[in-house]
Design a protein around this ligand. Structure first.
Ligand code: AMP
Length: 401
């Protein structure tokens, strides 16, 4: 039986899904959470049961080894070679990768070489790919790029207003990220609307540990909040989101602990966002516990988080000149009733009204009132199935080689 693994390494998580292909049957799925943090967890789900355990996971490489152990342990596979394909989400493809590719040593080196475009992710993605290449050398290995979906952005959106030389010679531009997720939920939304995707204007809000908002016109990304790297845009778990770049030299001049621009960027990537302001955690669940206990920093971090989401969503009403739907997805977007309520209520002027009875935990589908001009939907993202489908395409191609 042919099995395919879809691997989605986030900055602090590694999600996996084991498929029987080409049926797209999910045999099992799981997640390693809080990688590199205290109390890391592994969850394996199959046959309607979830098996969770706390286990120290230092990095993504270790998570891959643990994953293979779990598959054998739970009798999901008997031997490694049952897995004939592995698809990897890769965050940054730069201008080089406009679609999914078969992983070769050269491709792997290229993914590493553009790590400056996704410093939290590409190294984790590359480490995952390498670990699998060693463990499963005969499996078809495919890289699926998060930036590919955003290659439809017009120049006016993706160029930065700096001298042309920096685009022409250094490829400095907005690339965006989370493209597979924005693409998937926009396609699913068209099914909810029962209208052709080409006729819809959508704002998709992928809000997880990393977060990005996209403006999607007729199924094509025309703008997105992340930029040259996934540091841009809204506030995130550990990332600042958009900043005035003048802060960088100012901090280097004034804080003796920060010596280089890279030191400041590391600070913005790893020590900022919800973590930096709350001084509690980068995780929304921890933040909300502290907020509800009256912790002032946690309250501020939560308010800032909602504020930045509102600003970007409001911008995209402008970019699209109106929208049919706002879609919430990813860890926070799918599960956090309060964030959705605060964002939508704060943007009611745009014609959105939430239905409290629908805006509950575990909801999928519409959460707005029947009279809401802009429909608000919760759609669980499924980047994994898109990845598995791309692996399948390459399995067919390589079978003819
Ligand atoms: P992701 O990166 O998509 O896996 O999302 C991770 C984020 O989702 C973390 O900040 C989690 O705290 C948050 N999250 C997951 N489940 C919940 C929940 N039930 N309520 C609030 N936030 C959640």
């Amino acid at each position: 039986m042919e099995k395919t693994l879809a691997i989605n390494s986030g900055s602090s998580s590694l999600k996996w899904q084991l498929y029987e292909m080409p049926e797209e049957k999910v045999i099992a799925k799981g997640i390693f959470e809080r990688i590199g943090l205290e109390r890391s967890m592994s969850t394996v789900k199959f046959d309607g049961e979830a098996h969770t355990r706390e286990i120290d996971i230092i990095d993504h490489r270790q998570a891959v080894l643990l994953l293979m152990d779990e598959l054998i342990h739970f009798h999901l596979i008997k031997e490694f070679r049952e897995i004939t394909g592995v698809g990897h989400r890769v965050v940054a493809g730069g201008e080089r990768f406009k679609e999914s590719v078969l992983v070769t040593q050269t491709v792997l080196e290229e993914i590493k070489a553009i790590s400056n475009l996704a410093p939290l992710h590409n190294p984790a993605n590359a480490a995952g790919i390498e670990a699998f290449l060693k463990l499963l050398p005969d499996a078809v290995s495919v890289a699926v790029f998060d930036t590919a979906f955003h290659t439809t952005m017009p120049q006016a959106a993706y160029r930065y207003p700096i001298p042309n030389k920096y685009y022409n010679e250094f490829s400095v531009r907005k690339y965006g990220a989370h493209g597979t997720s924005h693409m998937y939920v926009s396609r699913e939304a068209a099914q909810y609307f029962d209208k052709p995707l080409e006729s819809l204007k959508l704002i998709t809000a992928h809000i997880g540990n990393g977060a990005s908002i996209s403006a999607i016109d007729g199924g094509k990304s025309i703008d997105t909040s992340m930029g040259f790297t996934p540091l841009g845009g809204v506030m995130m778990g550990t990332r600042s989101g958009e900043m005035d770049p003048s802060v960088i030299p100012f901090l280097i001049e004034n804080d003796p602990e920060l010596k280089t621009a890279q030191d400041v960027i590391d600070l913005f990537n790893h020590q900022s966002g919800i973590k930096g302001v709350s001084e509690v955690s980068s995780d929304m669940r921890d933040l909300e516990i502290a907020r509800d206990q009256g912790d002032k920093n946690a309250i501020l971090a939560y308010e800032m988080f909602v504020d930045r989401l509102k600003k970007y969503i409001a911008q995209y009403f402008g970019v699209l000149n109106g929208a049919d739907g706002l879609i919430f997805t990813a860890g926070i977007g799918e599960n956090d009733r309060k964030v959705r309520e605060d964002v939508v209520n704060g943007l009611s002027w745009f014609g959105m009204e939430i239905l409290p009875e629908r805006n509950v935990r575990g909801v999928v589908g519409e959460i707005s009132t029947p009279t809401s001009r802009v429909k608000v939907l919760v759609i669980p993202t499924d980047e994994e199935v898109i990845i598995a489908r791309d692996v399948e395409k390459f399995k067919k191609k390589t079978a003819f080689l």
